[in-house]
Write a protein that binds this ligand. Structure first.
Ligand SMILES: Cc1cc2nc3c(=O)[nH]c(=O)nc-3n(C[C@H](O)[C@H](O)[C@H](O)COP(=O)(O)OP(=O)(O)OC[C@H]3O[C@@H](n4cnc5c(N)ncnc54)[C@H](O)[C@@H]3O)c2cc1C
Length: 380
């Protein structure tokens, strides 16, 4: 290991791994740091990838479960709305394996990997950026915070911090029995999942049972137990093997505005890059990290601080306006009767298109190459 790098990335979740391998492929020296010992431990995502990500990125086939086209949306009284896509819409990632595969690609591209190491802080003296890590001190030209929803790097760099969170918990099973094809089952219930949903994601091999909601409004562990007994008639996990429990905070306030300065920038959850409506963050991890890698490469090769101006959350926020409104509405819907009514409306053929759009629409995180600023930069 060296003592000086072009770029140091804190956090080897999907955002950090994606960014590290792209930067190293550009010939930069990259150090990737994570406090975890191995990346297949303490996974905190269900790992549902949407079609747009599956089409646009090179996710390893052997790290993905069978495709899913069916979604069932349940009202609080368990009245259901069935949605079926013509396409394979979702696949559940085998996330431990996927992280390991991406780590292998990082190492192959020349990234230095420092596991079991925490980022503790940084200092700048004589224009030199020094990072204090739990196992070493190193200097770096640029720092990237991929350290998750409650990012320490964001705080240290005086960038914007996530302020609105939901919390999700789930159990993962092998061998659960659910009749019919692989599918996602989403349950609207303000007690079990205030402001979000409870879910069963079943791809025929793996089954995830989870609840999410605003942490001040429920106890997620108790809610998950209640949910499990409420869905006994739908899914039988009695003889299934529980292989994991997962949990984590999800920032749902939309992508943050101020996410870069001349010392460092933020990607993934640290940048609030999560859909406020669906709480999906994996597609944003892939897209924003790719964008960050191109901006940082340009900045370090030219030394031109202007390059960083393109990396502003403000560019994306306007594209999230409707989803932020939908989040406000979801956060305020506390009456089961209101949700029941909303679900009854969605079952009307004319409105079921809206439900189809939410689940099967192709609008995840905006494609950065769609941004006018970037298109201009590319052509200039
Ligand atoms: C229960 C749950 C289910 C979800 N399901 C889905 C889903 O199905 N589909 C979807 O699209 N999105 C989902 N999300 C959201 C999605 O998982 C996240 O948006 C995404 O995983 C964020 O990745 P990341 O790399 O930014 O952060 P993380 O995966 O959180 O990675 C951050 C890394 O930084 C490390 N780290 C943190 N602090 C330090 C430090 N000081 N020093 C060193 N290392 C540090 C951590 O160990 C961690 O490995 C879910 C989230 C949760 C909580």
């Amino acid at each position: 290991m060296r003592t000086s790098y072009d770029v140091t990335i804190i956090g080897a979740g999907l955002a950090g791994l994606q960014c590290a391998r792209l930067l190293a492929r550009q010939g930069l020296s990259v150090l990737l740091v994570d406090r975890k010992n191995t990346l297949d431990q303490k996974v905190h995502t269900t790992g549902i990838f949407v079609r747009r990500t599956l089409v646009d990125f090179d996710l390893p086939e052997d790290s993905l479960g069978p495709p899913i086209k069916h979604v069932t949306l349940y009202s609080p009284a368990h009245r259901s709305l069935e949605l079926v896509s013509q396409h394979d819409e979702f696949r559940i990632g085998r996330m431990g394996q996927l992280y390991q595969r991406y780590l292998q690609q990082c190492l192959h591209a020349g990234v230095d990997w420092l596991p079991q190491t925490s980022y503790l802080g940084h200092s700048i003296a004589n224009g030199k950026l020094t990072l204090r890590l739990s196992s070493a001190s190193i200097t770096t030209r640029y720092l990237i915070g991929a350290d998750g929803a409650r990012s320490r790097v964001a705080r240290d760099l005086k960038l914007e911090l996530n302020r609105e969170f939901i919390v999700g918990v789930e159990n993962v099973f092998e061998g659960a029995v659910l009749d019919g094809p692989p599918r996602l089952l989403c349950f609207l219930d303000p007690k079990l999942a205030p402001g979000y949903i409870a879910w069963i994601a079943h791809d025929g091999e793996e089954t995830h049972l989870g609840v999410g909601g605003y942490p001040s409004l429920f106890d997620p562990v108790t809610a998950l137990q209640d949910f499990r007994s409420r869905v006994e008639d739908i899914i039988d996990v009695g003889k299934a093997k529980q292989i994991e429990s997962r949990a984590g905070f999800i920032p749902v306030g939309g992508v943050l505005g101020n996410i870069a300065n001349s010392t460092g920038l933020l990607i993934g959850d640290a940048a609030g890059a999560v859909s406020p409506l669906t709480a999906g963050g994996l597609d944003p991890c892939m897209r924003l990290s790719a964008f960050a890698a191109s901006v940082v490469t340009e900045y370090l090769s030219t030394g031109d601080v202007q390059a960083l101006q393109a990396y502003s959350g403000e560019l994306f926020r306007s594209r999230f306006a409707s989803r932020l409104w939908a989040r406000r509405i979801a956060a305020g819907l506390r009456q089961p009767q209101l949700l029941e009514l909303g679900c009854a409306v969605l079952r009307l053929p004319v409105f079921s298109r809206l439900a189809n759009h939410v689940f099967f629409g192709r609008g995840s995180f905006p494609d950065v190459m769609d941004q006018p600023t970037l298109v201009c930069r590319q052509h200039s």
